[in-house]
Design a protein around this ligand. Structure first.
Ligand code: WTA
Length: 646
């Protein structure tokens, strides 16, 4: 496999960028020629951001799994598609060749069909980071079922909400998952999510931890039995593989729930053709992937980064994707470096949070580790501070590996702004230049393009994109109007990212963080309204307000100001723990506030709106710049809150 669309020089970048903007249809048709289609497109792009409506490669027919698997079999059938590194370094590594992947995905497809799953049905996947998770995802895509992967850190309540929103009837899960020295009881969580549920028809359970679990007759099935039966059936029919369903370019491929500024997560929908082209194109270009390279993305497949850069991007490029079950600090802080040495990793793609947390262990964990295989380093998920950038560059890349800072979102499907490894220049803590096809613009509050530079010569504004790229979200599941109001209604004819950014004289972008009420905690997206809803579920809570504050390792921490009923103050420490437990139940442990301050009142305007700006300043410890508080209903609450600050 070769990548004729791989950009190899700065000049080529500018040339491709200009072409992609001047004639997007021609540009993307040329890229799309490098994929396997059952039928080519009638038109390349139809769009308007008003409805919004975006269609790429309309009329084309394909199956993404043929692009991710079948087309590589002849040349690379025995090459590793997935190398799996287990949680416990002493356990056996699994190498899944493209041939094996083909067989397993066919079996999953047959297994799903056997259990009544049809094209267009939603399948919820709640598993640990094991190869079977990739098989499950691809098995759904093979038959045209829509997968909705839920990260293993979400609670039963979160799963129940997502199952309901997606109208899912099928679940694939595990008995448990290993995470460091913990066993996460996934099937128990699913059982809790299914109490009172009448829609779920089948739950397929893979055995990973041999945790005792309940298996309900008629509903729960063992993966191992079902896969064996599927294999037998395929063999009996003389089939070596399960034929891939013919999908329309714009048929949904998956739903992935993500947080916004409202209390309810949104089901972001990506479709088959555009997402495939975009993840492949960005993978090959951002990381400058060369055939044979080992690509190690440390994300979880429960998040978009894992969907796009563990599964679809790498596999559609015939790459070798290293999948890791564990955590960076168990059994010790050398874990990543041991994996790099053991598997001779060439590309390492991780989150600033992980880098900062490993920095905290100093250089000892790196002693004697051979990192010489590394060629490219990448970061994603949150702004990277310069200190972490330099530490990564110097100590991991030894100054020899380009560091790509890739900015993107669940909604964008793949990377939108990044330097291209070794091809376009890097600038510490700047994502730098847009990918071909991406037209960023910085606007002020009224949606006017910003053109006045600040005192340091930078433009500053809210980051929007002017035109669609192939990987843009198409809708939010079941509620297109919500998609419109969230992303396309703030500014006319623009996609609004929710991020603020700076632009320098070279046209480089630096993403400064969210300008809406979305937090980024350890690279995980969490809505403040979601956390408030969860806190407010606690019986003793009257009201709460949640804001972010700078956190050395997590990037942002969660600060909750909470009013509780008078009698609850008998033991604040216990009440705090109860509130944390409530949040864990409602959302999951990832959303637990780092700080809970009990307050008598919240700063509100006369119309009753909470002034979060003031709370944010207090949480950030910027007490001298609280601004005008005289318009508040009761300005004295501010003094009280400042006085009790944690
Ligand atoms: C943030 C993760 C700065 C940003 C792929 C965005 C970043 C949100 C970067 C999306 C980066 C992601 N620099 N900020 N390189 N990458 N972000 O949907 O605020 O989980 O809006 O997608 O993460 O988070 P999501």
């Amino acid at each position: 496999m070769s990548y004729p669309y791989q950009i190899k020089s700065l000049e080529a970048y500018h040339k491709d960028y200009n072409e992609s903007v001047e004639n997007p249809e021609k540009f993307w048709a040329n890229v799309a020629e490098n994929f396997l289609w059952k039928k080519k497109w009638d038109s390349v792009l139809n769009w308007n951001f008003k409805d919004p409506k975006v269609e790429w490669f309309s009329g084309a027919k394909l199956n993404i799994t043929e692009n991710c698997i079948d087309r590589h079999l002849e040349s690379s059938g025995d090459k590793p598609a997935i190398i799996w590194e287990p949680n416990n370094p002493e356990d056996r590594v699994r190498v899944v060749t493209y041939n094996i992947l083909h067989k397993r995905v066919s079996q999953v497809a047959q297994m799903l069909i056997n259990n009544g799953v049809k094209k267009g049905d939603r399948v919820c996947i709640y598993m640990g980071m094991i190869p079977e998770l990739a098989y499950a995802v691809l098995g759904c895509a093979r038959i045209g079922a829509i997968h909705s992967v839920v990260f293993g850190g979400f609670s039963a309540q979160s799963i129940a909400d997502r199952l309901y929103d997606a109208g899912a009837e099928f679940i694939i899960t595990c008995d448990g998952a290993y995470r460091g020295d913990k066993v996460i009881p996934l099937k128990n969580v699913i059982d809790d999510a299914l109490i009172g549920n009448r829609s779920i028809k089948k739950v397929i359970v893979y055995t990973r931890t041999r945790t005792p679990i309940s298996m309900l007759k008629g509903r729960d099935l063992w993966w191992e039995d079902e896969m064996e039966h599927a294999e037998y059936q395929l063999e009996k029919q003389g089939k070596i593989h399960f034929p891939a369903e013919e999908m329309d370019a714009e048929d949904p491929l998956f739903i992935l729930y993500t947080s916004g500024s409202t209390g309810k997560p949104k089901g972001v929908v990506h479709t088959c053709a555009g997402y495939m082209v975009w993840t492949n194109y960005t993978f090959v270009n951002a990381f400058q992937y060369q055939l044979g390279d080992i690509h190690f993305c440390t994300a979880d497949i429960g998040w978009i980064t894992g969907h796009s850069y563990i599964v679809y991007g790498p596999l559609s490029a015939g790459a070798t994707s290293l999948m890791f079950e564990g955590v960076p600090t168990w059994p010790n802080a050398s874990r990543f470096w041991d994996i790099v040495e053991k598997h001779k990793v060439n590309i390492l793609y991780t989150a600033p949070t992980a880098i900062r947390s490993l920095m905290g262990f100093g250089l000892d964990p790196l002693k004697g580790k051979d990192l010489s295989s590394l060629k490219v380093l990448g970061t994603v998920g949150e702004p990277i501070n310069e200190e972490a950038w330099h530490w990564y560059d110097q100590n991991i890349g030894k100054g020899n590996c380009p560091v790509v800072d890739t900015w993107w979102q669940t909604e964008t499907g793949g990377v939108l702004i990044t330097n291209l490894a070794g091809v376009t220049p890097a600038k510490p803590s700047w994502a730098t230049l847009p990918m071909p096809g991406v037209q960023p613009v910085l606007v002020d509050e009224n949606g006017n393009e910003v053109n006045v530079k600040d005192e340091s010569g930078l433009l500053k504004g809210n980051l929007c994109i002017k035109a669609p790229w192939p990987g843009i979200l198409r809708t939010t599941y079941g509620d297109h109007e919500r998609c419109r109001t969230n992303y396309f209604a703030t500014y006319e004819n623009l996609y609004f990212t929710g991020d603020g950014a700076l632009k320098d004289e070279n046209g480089y972008y630096r993403i400064t963080g969210r300008v809406d009420d979305v937090l980024n905690v350890s690279g995980h997206r969490i809505g403040t309204a979601e956390v408030e809803n969860a806190i407010n579920m606690h019986s003793g809570v009257v009201e709460s307000a949640v804001v972010g504050y700078p956190h050395d390792i997590k990037g942002q921490g969660i600060y909750a100001f909470v009013i509780i009923m008078g009698h609850m103050h008998v033991n604040d420490a216990e009440t705090r723990l109860d509130i944390l437990q409530t949040v864990t139940r409602i959302i999951g442990a990832i959303a637990k506030p780092d700080k809970i301050q009990f307050v008598k009142g919240l700063p509100k305007t006369r119309s009753g709106k909470i002034m979060r700006r003031i709370l944010r300043k207090i949480a950030e410890n910027e007490l001298s710049s609280l601004g005008d508080t005289s318009t508040l209903l009761d300005p004295t609450v501010v003094d009280e809150i400042v006085g009790g600050k944690l």
